[in-house]
Design a protein around this ligand. Structure first.
Ligand code: GTP
Ligand code: ZN
Length: 385
């Protein structure tokens, strides 16, 4: 029998307007294509604007265009994670990101900047230059690079307030406010709406329905896998599962995601009460697959799973839990029993108004390859094994 789950959309107040949500989403695509975007930041009444290009897909043509369009004489800055700056022998700033400006522009080109930005490369020497703190607009530009799942490193040139509108029009560039970038993840999660659902019998749970939720900006869909018909008036057994291409699909032994996903499906089916897997598109704890592969390469050089993220310029865990809370709310569930070992998931859901009635441990034995990974989660991320 086909079951239907009615998702109720409500007019949540988004922290940024829908038009800004779409602009950020378009800017993410621009950065990934190596295009320039303009970012404006406000601090204590002052405005600071920059033209930005991502350091990761940086072409020489893109870099030259960035240097030319503003017609100003200031050298471009490369914004780097503090850890990368330190390994290059510079910057004692306390902020998480710092700016490097070369003294002689002739010593800098796209290839050189790409090397400076790449934490997997050991560099002997930097060109002569100065380190400085980053502006609010530059911090927001780094956030945008993270949303684009690129390396968190960007190249910027300052843009005068009087120049911004003309430049945007003449060069067909997007203008973004730092508040819109910083509010994007929340607003995108609040805008999730059900777009389709179908019955999908699973090997370990024949009575399952997959429901897809899409954000208004057209970003990636999150999925709810509803097994059997859980009651809405009592805590529902759920798992928040973060996407893991390597573990979920090709049986990677570096992590425990595959067994956790299949284990959650069968545990929910066996419970006889039904339940939900929320499959969240937060590959690599929110850094994306490409960066996760970089993190794995660093782990092969001796970093643990948390330090590898930080070496790349990310937080140890970049995940957000509003999408999960939003899907639960729209499906009509307010209270859960959560299959997890991760205390951050409990806090994350509760922070968005979901009552966590119980944590249900979700531990699987080590396969030999992932023993250090599991031990690190226990010792350093407070996982409850
Ligand atoms: N950045 C990074 N991500 C990883 C690594 N290993 C696994 N992941 C990702 O980590 C996430 C694992 O998610 P979960 O199993 O849901 O979360 P958890 O924090 O282990 O918590 P529980 O399993 O619920 O106890 C997936 O998105 C994986 O892709 C790694 O070494 N680096
Ligand atoms: Zn995994």
């Amino acid at each position: 029998m086909t079951q239907s789950f009615a998702a109720t959309a409500q007019n949540d107040s988004n922290s940024i307007p829908a038009t800004d949500l779409v602009t950020v989403s378009r800017a993410v695509a621009d950065l990934r294509r190596g295009e320039i975007v303009l970012v404006q930041g406000h601090l204590d009444g002052a405005v600071h604007s920059v033209a930005v290009i991502a350091a990761e897909p940086l072409s020489q043509a893109g870099f030259e265009r960035l240097c030319d369009i503003t017609h100003n004489t200031e050298s471009p800055a490369i914004i780097l994670p503090r850890v990368r700056a330190r390994s290059l022998g510079g910057a004692c700033e306390q902020d998480s990101f710092v700016a490097f400006v070369s003294k002689r522009q002739s010593e800098i080109d796209a290839a050189r900047l790409g090397e400076i930005a790449n934490p997997l490369l050991d560099l002997d020497q930097l060109p002569a230059g100065d380190w400085r703190a980053v502006s609010m607009a530059e911090t927001a530009a780094i956030r945008l690079a993270k949303l684009a799942r690129l390396l968190p490193a960007v190249v910027t040139v300052p843009v005068g307030a009087d120049q911004l509108e003309n430049l945007a029009r003449a060069q067909n560039l997007l203008v973004l406010q730092s508040e819109s970038i910083n509010g994007y993840e929340d607003a995108s999660a609040a805008s999730l709406r059900e777009v389709s659902q179908a019955r999908v019998p699973l090997e370990d749970a024949e009575n399952a329905t997959v429901i897809a939720f899409r954000p208004e900006d057209g970003g990636q869909e999150h999925l709810a896998i509803v097994i059997d018909a859980p009651a809405k008036d009592q805590p529902v057994l759920i798992r928040l599962h973060s996407e893991c291409f390597t573990g979920d699909l090709i049986g990677s032994l570096r992590c425990d995601c595959g067994p956790q996903l299949r284990g959650a499906i069968s545990e929910i089916a066996k419970s006889g009460q039904g339940g939900i897997i929320l499959y969240l598109r937060q590959e690599g704890r929110g850094i994306g697959l490409v960066n996760k592969l970089r993190a794995y390469a660093l782990q092969d050089r001796g970093f643990d799973t948390l330090d590898a993220n930080e070496e790349l310029g990310f937080d140890a865990d970049e995940r957000v839990y509003r999408p999960a809370a939003e899907m639960l709310r729209q499906l009509g569930f307010g209270s859960v029993r959560l299959l997890t070992n991760n205390p951050e998931k409990l806090k994350g859901l509760e922070g968005w108004g979901v009552k966590v009635a119980e944590r249900v441990p979700h531990k699987f034995p080590s396969n030999g390859h992932n023993a250090f990974y599991l031990q690190t989660k226990k010792d350093r991320a407070g996982h409850l094994f």
